[in-house]
Design a protein around this ligand. Structure first.
Ligand SMILES: *Cc1c(COP(=O)(O)O)cnc(C)c1O
Length: 460
């Protein structure tokens, strides 16, 4: 009988291994209690398969490690900065490149330079650190993503798209108060969903008509390009590199966390075309990050980012990266487990409202689900729901978003298919026993980005 499909494999082989530790249920129960039921507060040594985040957790290539040895640790004018600058200009086409220690460093500087108190920043859904920096600079974020993005069951192929009518209304109602439109590719909080080139082209037309800028959150731009290659009319067969460049060309600048798509363990940058804005950011980077030729990174880190940017744009790499996420997602779907559709670029998002309908959102079902998963198998996931959404900065009232999710985030080039199988089976077992999962109450609430450090206790 002929095969109905041929398997593919990762476009790399493993040269170095890092042991992981299996724990007992008793050890995990103790660790979870000590961590206040917050997976961010677990010690890494107590985690078996770590799907907390894909941020800074990628496996670097042998070429990147070799590049680390070429670190030029000069305070000023490091050779590696020029490699990074060339890599950014070559991949994304921005004129000026200002390095930062990571993505939020870039967001901080950009928000400070572009936003005045009272300004409005429309975006295709919020991201935690991005919105906080906009708010701290005196701005107000307004969500202008299409409504389908808030519906976990919608299979819209471009759930990262802007609602063009809504965006137009925001721009018309706020003349000269929108310093830039914040466009993310892909949209992390919607489940790693892409924005289409067609939609971004419409956004460009609006930005030009209303004389404002577009700043791209380029953190996951290669994954976005991969989805366009698969789904957007006219993009099939085009190299990822070309699609990435088309996306960036529609924008005026970017913030980047090099800990994501660029395959590095630390780093970030701002890319910007406007000379005057670049000069202001260069003035500010020395206050908060470091000189404009290192911005908080060691020379060796800048080299790793420069090489990682190149590797992130290889078609074989990105197909295997997104393919592994898809493998895990298809397995869960086959068992009828509620996940956000379509399957995103960097992780699987469990729909905690559908998974645990007996727990009201005020008792943080996604937080409870992430804790239950850890308890079952030592797999570490993270909450992306009411805890992450925090409180309204003006009223202080808790925000209860439509999406109450648990993210199983896949680090790039780190885990094998067997790790995905173990993860899927653990989710299945928790699903079978879901009626035993209880809600949580918050016992400690930090003031900023509370999801990182909040503590919880089970409700009896
Ligand atoms: C991670 C992330 C950031 C922030 O980057 P850090 O390097 O973690 O500071 C910004 N935007 C998106 C979409 C991200 O995923």
């Amino acid at each position: 009988m002929p095969l109905t499909r041929r398997s593919w494999a990762e476009p790399f082989k493993i040269k170095v291994v890092e042991p992981v530790r299996l724990t007992t249920p008793e050890q995990r129960a103790k660790a979870l209690e000590a961590a206040g039921y917050n997976t961010f507060l677990l010690r890494s040594r107590d985690v078996y398969i770590d799907l907390l985040t894909d941020s800074g957790t990628s496996a670097m290539s042998d070429r990147q490690w070799a590049g680390m040895m070429l670190g030029d640790e000069a305070y000023a004018g490091s050779e590696n900065y020029y490699h990074l600058e060339a890599a950014v200009q070559n991949a994304y086409g921005y004129k000026h490149v200002i390095p930062t220690h990571q993505g939020r460093g870039a967001e901080h500087l950009l928000s400070r330079v572009l936003i005045k108190p009272g300004d409005i920043i429309p975006g295709n859904m919020y991201f935690t650190t991005t919105r906080l920096h906009q708010e701290m600079a005196g701005g107000t974020f307004i969500d202008a993503v299409i409504p389908e993005a808030h519906d976990p069951a919608s299979t819209h192929p471009f759930k990262g798209n802007f609602d063009i009518d809504k965006l137009e209304r925001i721009l018309s109602e706020n003349p000269r108060r929108v310093p830039y439109i914040c466009a993310a590719a892909t949209v992390n909080m919607a489940g790693g969903q892409p924005i289409s080139l067609e939609n971004l082209t419409h956004v460009r037309e609006l930005a030009d008509r209303h004389k404002t800028r577009i700043i791209l959150d380029a953190t996951r731009i290669a994954e976005n390009a991969y989805f366009l290659q698969q789904r957007e009319p006219g993009q099939k067969g085009r190299p990822i590199r070309a699609i990435v460049r088309d996306l960036a060309n529609l924008t005026d600048g970017c913030t980047m966390s090099a800990k994501k798509d660029p395959l590095a363990n630390i780093g970030g940058f701002i890319g910007i075309n406007d000379d005057a804005v670049a000069e202001e950011i260069s003035n500010l980077v020395v206050v908060f990050e470091g000189l404009h030729t290192y911005g908080g990174m060691a020379g060796r880190d800048m080299e790793a980012v420069a090489i990682g940017i190149e590797e992130s744009l290889e078609d074989d790499h990105i197909r295997a990266r997104v393919g592994q996420v898809e493998y895990l997602g298809e397995k869960l779907l086959g068992w009828g487990i509620p996940i956000v559709l379509p399957i995103g670029g960097h992780g699987i998002y469990l729909d905690a409202k559908a998974f645990l309908p007996h727990i009201p959102q005020s008792q943080y079902p996604a937080q409870a689900l992430a804790a239950a998963l850890y308890l079952d198998s030592g797999v570490r996931a993270m909450e992306r729901g009411a805890v992450s959404a925090g409180r309204d900065p003006v009223s202080g009232v808790e925000r209860f978003p439509k999406l109450e999710l648990v993210r199983l985030t896949i680090p790039r080039r780190v885990y094998t298919q067997a790790h995905m199988d173990v993860t899927a089976e653990s989710v299945y077992c928790v699903y079978e026993e879901r009626h035993n999962v209880r809600g949580l109450k918050m016992t400690y609430e930090p003031r900023f980005l509370r999801f990182f450090q909040a503590r919880f206790a089970p409700i009896n």
